[in-house]
Design a protein around this ligand. Sequence first.
Ligand code: ZN
Length: 96
Amino acid sequence: MPKLKNNFSCPDCGSTVKAWADLDAQVTFEISKSGKLVKRIIENVQQSDGRCGVECSKCSWAVYGEDMDDDSPFAKFVGEALGQQADIQFLTAKRV
Ligand SMILES: [Zn+2]
């Protein structure tokens, strides 16, 4: 067991931990009179089931938000990640 650098490192390997929150997005178009999709918007339609969590950037350690103890040092980060995704109203697409 490696020595922990701080409370916010991976408890298994000491690497950086990532906090994540899913968002549900919808792409919407208007159908023009000539039959084309126009005015594309991509909107956050707000997931309602609180999908979020933390995961290690290196190993397979991960905890889902719903399985997280309230006194976990990571609890505030998943809440914050969830809050930040809720603040996103529109998204932009990068085409490949
Ligand atoms: Zn790890």
